[in-house]
Design a protein around this ligand. Sequence first.
Ligand SMILES: O=C(O)[C@H](O)COP(=O)(O)O
Length: 345
Amino acid sequence: MATATLHHALGSLSIHTSHSNSKYETRMSNFSAKMVYKGVAVDLALVSRGNHRFGSRKLGAIHASTSNSSVIDPVQLPSNGTSSEPRKKSNESALILIRHGESLWNEKNLFTGCVDVPLTQKGVEEAIEAGKRISNIPIDMIYTSVLIRAQMTAMLAMTQHRRKKVPIILHNESEQAQQWSQIYSEETNKQSIPVVTAWQLNERMYGELQGLNKQETADRFGHEKVHEWRRSYDIPPPNGESLEMCAERAVAYFREQIEPQLLTGKNVMIAAHGNSLRSIIMYLDKLTSQEVISLELSTGIPMLYIFKEGKFIRRGSPIGPSEAGVYAYTKRLAQYRQKLDDMIQ
Ligand SMILES: O=C(O)[C@H](O)COP(=O)(O)O
């Protein structure tokens, strides 16, 4: 009976509270609403309130590097209610994708591409709001592009995370950079989240459009042609990258560097750009080159995927702690959130 009530409550709460201001997000949040309606009620009903203890983790090397643990941090849930046995390695992990908040050139409606411009005040606020929406989701590693608007978004979002770990940008660009950025405290290292910056996650290079006004460019070359440059899969802008060319680096990086982390149960956030993320979502959702044309990503809206048994499951855009309702939890995420609640009380 309770589950039926919960089903009903979740169904109405998640549908009316989930944010979506783009075709994709609408589809995702409706999708996640169904997921929430079908899946989360079962998950939440299963969340136990057994005795839990703070886990101890084998540490990685003493510099902000990825931790060896694939368990949910900060608490290690006993596998079968007892605290003695080591917890089974999880075959599930969370993946959060977030396009950077509004940038100064988004505000001016200029083609940006790989030009390195910062966020606007609105973009800062979007990043902070996004942080509220993911504040209960475990994050063990963060990947960003090398562009400041993506890095600012990741760092600002993490100021809202309830686990209060410190994101630390790794500096491996030289032997000296690695030496000089080492951390000499295991305890401090445990309280940090490694941030890996990668040019492969940069926005598509927009070639000779970079710096041009989008409206003026459409007036000059025609809306059709500019839409083709902006949204088609294999037609590049003049001396720039097509989405396909962007995918060749972004998706390759995702599969070679990020997917292996998810496979070990690490929870990952990627803060990147409209097109580099479109290419990754095309891979995750197995979109065709036709379907990806209508894929639009808003600035600063986090999207949650669950990686389980080698598959990526869209769970929609999480809603913030202040909004009524829950986002598309799995049992593991529900347990993590419960542990944060227990920790903070
Ligand atoms: O590079 C840019 O101008 C934006 O980040 C994305 O632009 P688009 O929406 O034209 O792809």
